[in-house]
Design a protein around this ligand. Structure first.
Ligand SMILES: NC(=O)c1ccc[n+]([C@@H]2O[C@H](COP(=O)([O-])OP(=O)(O)OC[C@H]3O[C@@H](n4cnc5c(N)ncnc54)[C@H](O)[C@@H]3O)[C@@H](O)[C@H]2O)c1
Length: 351
């Protein structure tokens, strides 16, 4: 298997180094051949060369079995154009329509919700990843004046909505889960979200064994806090999924804990921690590497290396249990030391 590694910017570089350490260790323990090739794309590369992603960059990425990316975002590139080209560009160009974000609490002490533990916080969010408000359709008229008009269109297609909702039901069925909840804002957004309503009804009718529920997105946010245990699979659009998964990350102990995959089933997919490049934390050896390491495990799981993925998850769970972690979740270790401690446990602990 060949994996492209794009460390990116800020703490992205630091957490990626730890994910690579863990992947390398898993490869040694299980005798798995994993070829990791680093690509330098990011703010430094852009500032030195003026290139965000090379002309054949997306084709280069298609040549790998998977892509691992740290985070992108640097104050020296205020318009964030390199991040748009590398991250959003790859999501769109490789048609990575499934944004898979597990929300799984490993230890009660990490959860800010009163009295909630791992039993209550264990669900996945599928965020539509190629449409919605993130397609940058629109424009600004009379920009910079008092008459400025800014229009940003939300794109919803039958194909796009159908495939993400279908993926959520297929996932639930394959994992023996009982419930899928769709969240939209169809009461106020009566065109685009009527399509979500229609498709959800049609697809859910094909899965009579799975309970299909619906919340408006504002109610979903409230119920996630009040009663997270009711959720197994949530499916929603690009913007809402972006927001509720940051909320979900806080249930897990913060942004440093959350993992994600940008997936096109059967094709080259991309894995990354949910957090950004946190420039204020960069270079201080304080970033939590667990979100990145758990994303590496998701990558191996998606590539069919389930033993290796389970071993990484078990090593992460043990690190959390034994508080061999960074300060954001109550430990005393630095990024490097936390990553090393997890890597050493691979193959030593059961899940
Ligand atoms: N996928 C991505 O690459 C991605 C995602 C979000 C933001 N960004 C970019 O990152 C830059 C900073 O954005 P931001 O500050 O809004 O979000 P951020 O996720 O980088 O950081 C927000 C806060 O979350 C906490 N945090 C994040 N990651 C952590 C970790 N690994 N360990 C411990 N704490 C952690 C910190 O308190 C941090 O200040 C911006 O340029 C933004 O565009 C990139």
């Amino acid at each position: 298997m060949k994996v492209a590694i794009i460390p990116g910017d800020g703490i992205g570089k630091e957490v990626t180094a730890e994910a690579v350490k863990v992947l390398t260790r898993a490869g040694e323990v299980f005798g798995t051949k994993l070829e990791l090739e680093h690509l330098p794309w990011g703010a430094d590369h852009f500032l030195q060369t003026g290139v965000t992603i090379p002309k054949d960059g997306y084709d280069t990425l298609r040549g790998f079995d998977a892509i691992f990316i740290g985070a992108l975002g640097d104050p020296r590139v205020p318009d964030n154009r390199h991040a748009r080209d590398i991250l959003l560009g790859t999501r769109f160009e490789l048609d990575l329509y499934v944004n898979y974000r597990p929300v799984k609490l490993l230890d009660e002490r990490l959860c800010p919700l009163k009295g909630r533990g791992p039993k209550d916080v264990n669900f996945v969010v599928f965020r539509e990843n190629t449409e919605g408000l993130y397609v940058s359709v629109g424009g600004r008229f009379k920009a910079g004046t008092e008459d400025e008009v800014a229009i940003q269109e939300e794109l919803n297609t039958f194909k796009g909505v159908n495939r993400i909702i279908r993926h959520a039901f297929q996932f639930a069925k394959a994992r023996g889960l009982a419930k899928v909840c769709m969240a939209d804002k169809s009461n106020a957004m009566q065109q685009g979200h009527a399509l979500w309503q229609r498709v959800f009804k049609e697809v859910s009718a094909e899965y009579p064994g799975i309970q299909a529920t619906h919340y408006y997105i504002d109610a979903l946010a409230m119920y996630m806090v009040l009663d997270p245990g009711q959720f197994e699979v949530i499916v929603t659009n690009n913007l809402f999924g972006d927001i509720v998964t940051d909320l979900g990350a806080t249930f897990q102990g913060g942004l440093g804990m959350a993992a994600s995959g940008n997936i096109h089933p059967g094709k080259t997919s991309m894995f990354e921690p949910v957090h950004g490049s946190a420039p204020k934390f960069a270079g201080k050896n304080i970033a939590n590497p667990i979100g990145a390491i758990a994303s590496a495990a998701l990558m191996l799981e998606t590539l069919g290396m389930t033993k290796e993925a389970a071993a990484i998850d078990a090593a992460v769970a043990r690190a959390v249990r034994e508080n061999q972690v960074t300060a954001d979740i109550g430990g005393t270790l630095g990024t490097v030391e936390a990553g090393t401690s997890i890597a050493k446990q691979i193959g030593q602990v059961e899940g």
